[in-house]
Design a protein around this ligand. Structure first.
Ligand SMILES: [Zn+2]
Length: 611
């Protein structure tokens, strides 16, 4: 992850161009909070913002999960990119040409492999798109799309394509091109036959390329045109395609979602296109799977409110119910609009227009109210019914565990609706929990949580913290602190690691300020410690008050030296006792003289506190 020395100029150029507030602001809604900007963390679920961006230092830190770093680490983490990819991504965005660079072999290898998959996907998307637009054999597909009011402009905007029937359209194209067949297979476009050779995965399907937020094609969704199964087919998981973190339409619609602060989730790609055809452009769709927590978290960065617009059948109800724990775990606002039984989003907007649909959405029920009503209808309010309702509410309570406040509000809401005492309800959850102990809670099965940084790992005592914090802000004193023996005090833990990072930052960049340290520390407790410090530290700005910093440094250096002498004196005292026992008088004399010397020396030093 760490850039090598020769990259530093470019890294710096990119960091100068890519203002962290702009880059983060694209996916997190930021508000000013003093010198910092504040927003909901995109890396963990929360309702109250604890994610801070410091525009002056160009760093970020989350006080909730401890994630922190600079603009490059943000891009890597948010878009799931390697370091070279993040660098390229920002370079492209800010029109900076990068010369050839060297990265670690593993990083380079992974980035190249992913790059090849992006290229195959890109070219396949273009081929399929061309085919749909112009080929005679795509007449039926064009007719089908026109029948759904999908205009040629929309076909271009979404780069829709058509994969013709037959087993070898793409195979032939790829064979004649410079693309290795193995790359097309790794991208999920070709399937290897048991007896050797390949065939096309997508046949006789309208194709929806899935764009990630950086604008690259990561995979496809395909709907069959004629008869055949399955009706919908997606790219399988690949090195660049992870369905659980992609939303169809988010790339095209994110600006509208950000402007309206509202996102509408529909179940299918065609639902989305139908609504877009009628001017509803704040719509996204999960890729044929249940909504995941990561998807909710992504949307939360753009929208204050998310509305689920599902069919009114049993499947729609089930999908809405399944999404409840995701929203609770993310503490995101959501409402549910189930369509009348005769309608799907397409037919509804045809019948009632955009305004009609918006009116319908405005009356959508808050998610929890919807869930409760649904359970009440299903089980009734007899004592047995209430027991069953409680049982089904349990995953919701579990999912809201990240916020005790939210959890107690939930319990009191449910209690009131059930006409039960909150204490009784709580007890119900506890006793009902007994027989199911062998099951993992539903929330943890359904919720693919990101690995959280353990921000508690950095444990420094007060003096260690004081020294390292000073050095982080004033690395120009590092040399002198090292001479005075700071390494001994920091030990081998996090303090030592930060110290090593500082050394590295200075070695690789003469002008190494605290922000440069972010580049040399990998994601983890140390970086979290530093990013938190940069957001919240009361230290003076680096270029201010040289005299004061010099004085602070002097004091700490004196302390360091005294500390080392005292340690040595302690050791001498132990050695003296041993020498006495061994009756080694020569050694004893030597030790006593040295101890007296040190004591005198300490006595002559002024200042420095004694801790
Ligand atoms: Zn966080």
């Amino acid at each position: 992850m760490t850039p090598s020395v020769e990259n530093n100029d470019e890294v710096q150029r990119i960091k100068d161009a890519a203002q962290i507030v702009d880059v983060v602001g694209e996916c997190v809604s930021l508000k000013r909070a003093g010198t910092n900007m504040k927003g909901l963390c995109p890396f963990h679920g929360e309702k109250t913002p604890s994610f801070m961006v410091n525009p002056e230092r160009q760093t970020f830190h989350c006080f909730g999960c401890g994630e922190g770093g600079d603009v490059l680490s943000f891009v890597m983490k948010y878009y799931n990119l390697t370091f070279p990819e993040a660098l390229n991504e920002l370079a492209n965005r800010y029109h900076i040409t990068l010369p050839e660079r060297k990265f670690t072999a593993a990083d380079q290898h992974k980035a190249e492999k992913r790059q090849r998959l992006f290229e195959v996907n890109e070219r396949a998307a273009s081929m399929y798109h061309e085919f749909l637009m112009h080929h005679a054999e795509a007449e039926q597909a064009r007719h089908y799309l026109a029948g759904r009011d999908i205009s040629p402009e929309m076909i271009v905007t979404f780069k829709l394509g058509y994969a013709p029937p037959g087993w070898d359209y793409l195979y032939n194209k790829v064979s004649k091109s410079s693309i290795p067949l193995s790359d097309a297979e790794a991208a999920g476009l070709l399937v290897k036959k048991d007896k050797g050779g390949y065939y096309d995965r997508f046949r006789d399907r309208v194709l929806f390329p899935i764009f990630e937020l950086t604008g690259r094609v990561v995979g496809f969704g395909g709907r069959i045109l004629g008869e055949g199964e399955p009706k919908y087919l997606n790219t399988p998981e690949t090195l660049v395609f992870d369905k659980s973190r992609m939303l169809f339409g988010l790339y095209q619609h994110r600006d509208t979602i950000r402007q309206t602060r509202q996102a509408v989730i529909v179940e299918g790609n065609f639902d989305l296109l139908s609504l877009a055809a009628h001017g509803m452009e704040n719509v996204v769709a999960p890729l044929g799977t249940a909504l995941t927590q990561i998807q909710v978290r992504m949307l939360k960065g753009y929208a204050d409110e998310i509305i689920l617009l599902f069919d009114g059948d049993a499947a729609g109800v089930k999908a809405a119910m399944r999404s409840v724990p995701m929203f609770l775990a993310e503490q995101a606002e959501a409402r549910v609009a189930l369509l009348p039984a005769v309608h799907d989003p397409d037919s509804y907007i045809r019948a009632h227009g955009k305004e009609g649909l918006q009116k319908y959405l405005a009356e959508a029920l808050p998610l929890l109210e919807f869930a409760f009503e649904n359970l009440q209808q299903k089980h009734g309010l007899s004592m047995t019914g209430k027991g069953k309702i409680l049982e089904e509410l349990r995953p919701f309570i579990e999912a809201s565990a990240s916020s005790p406040l939210q959890q107690s509000v939930l319990i009191s809401q449910f209690s009131e609706k059930l006409g039960l005492d909150p204490e009784q309800v709580l007890k119900g959850f506890r006793t009902a929990a007994q027989p199911r102990r062998d099951h993992r809670p539903i929330s943890s099965r359904a919720v693919p949580l990101d690995k959280k940084t353990d921000k508690t790992v950095v444990q420094l005592n007060r003096k260690q913290a004081q020294l390292i914090e000073f050095l982080i802000f004033y690395p120009q004193f590092l040399e002198r602190f090292l001479e005075a023996g700071i390494e001994e005090i920091m030990g081998e833990g996090c303090g030592g690691n930060i110290l090593a990072g500082l050394q590295k930052a200075i070695d690789s960049n003469q002008a190494g300020g605290p922000e440069q340290l972010m580049e040399t520390l990998e994601s983890g407790p140390e970086r979290s410690y530093v990013s938190e410090l940069l957001i919240s530290s009361p230290f003076l700005k680096q270029d201010e008050e040289d005299e004061i910093t010099e004085k602070m440094a002097e004091e700490m250096l004196v302390w360091l030296v005294r500390y080392r002498f005292k340690k040595e004196i302690e050791q001498l005292s132990r050695d003296i006792r041993e020498a006495q026992q061994a009756q080694d008088n020569d050694l004893l004399e030597e030790l006593v003289i040295r101890k007296a010397e040190l004591n005198r020396y300490i006595g002559s030093m002024d200042g420095g506190d004694d801790q």
